[in-house]
Design a protein around this ligand. Structure first.
Ligand code: MLT
Length: 262
């Protein structure tokens, strides 16, 4: 079965090796807009909508992050991109690791933001499958509409009033089929810590200090495997890219510089 091409967006024109951004769940490429506003102006910045999210179709493949990674690779290669610094937040990080495993020649640097390399616990996996079944039977995304309450850190919930509504607006327009597929894909993912151990390019590991979903201990685990240090983002939860976009942009710009210097 072939992987369906995804929607590819040029968020900023520039030159050199592009930075390719992969979004979290249940969102789409728009979650990166504040980070892009803080990135150096000469960097080409690309983003995709992952399968079934935003404007991208779902192919006929069974749900898996391997299918997502293959779809990303097919899409960027069709656009003439054969090397990229790939950065993903949460689900986007899971896909970035699958991409580094399956298409290593494409990934010259790896940015892992509010994500983890370990697999789900049995309980987390069962919860995802329950949510996927509910989304399928309701044919609405109601089951994930409350997610901003866990995605955002305490500081954002108290001090960045508009973020909950902004996330809800992005979640509300997602398609139930894509949300259910992504949950099943994440539930099936293996531990990919060994991908980090074997990765030879520069790596950035970034985490919100208040991230309750992929907490700093998971970031430390990835950084130890990659031989790097964690960039902790103060006052931020699991959505550091929208809670503290300048800090995330600085870490990704530094990663991009390290790739250029390598
Ligand atoms: C995300 O932000 O992409 C999700 O929280 C990832 C997950 O559910 O593991």
């Amino acid at each position: 079965m072939t992987t369906a091409p995804l929607e590819l967006f040029t968020l900023q024109e520039g030159h050199g090796v592009p930075l390719l951004l992969l979004h979290g769940f249940p969102l789409d490429h728009r979650m990166w807009s504040d980070v892009v506003a803080h990135l150096p102006s000469g960097t080409t910045v690309l983003a995709v909508d992952l399968p079934g999210a935003g404007a991208s179709p779902l192919g006929g493949e069974p749900a898996s992050l391997e299918a997502s990674a293959d779809a990303v690779a097919t899409t960027v290669r069709a656009a003439g991109v054969h090397r990229a610094v790939v950065a993903g937040l949460s689900m986007g990080g899971y896909v970035a690791l699958a991409l580094a495993e399956r298409h290593p020649e494409l990934v010259t640097g790896l940015g892992l933001v509010d994500t983890k390399s370990t697999a789900d616990t049995d309980e987390a996996r069962a919860n995802r499958l329950r949510i996927a079944a509910r989304v399928d039977s309701d044919q609405t995304v109601d089951a994930v509409l409350g997610m901003p309450g866990v995605l955002l850190g305490e500081t954002s919930k108290h001090e960045r009033g508009g973020l909950t509504a902004r996330l809800e607006e992005w979640i509300r327009v997602q398609r139930p089929g894509g949300v259910a597929w992504s949950q099943r894909a994440m539930a099936a993912r293996p531990d990919r810590t060994a991908v980090l151990t074997g990765f030879t390019g520069p790596v950035a590991v970034v985490v919100g200090e208040e991230d309750a979903l992929t907490p700093p201990a998971e970031a430390e685990h990835m950084a130890a495997a990659a031989g790097t240090v964690v960039v902790q983002v103060p006052g931020s939860g699991h959505m550091s890219a929208i809670e503290a976009p300048a800090d995330v942009a600085a870490a990704l710009a530094d990663l991009h510089d390290r790739v250029r210097a390598a």
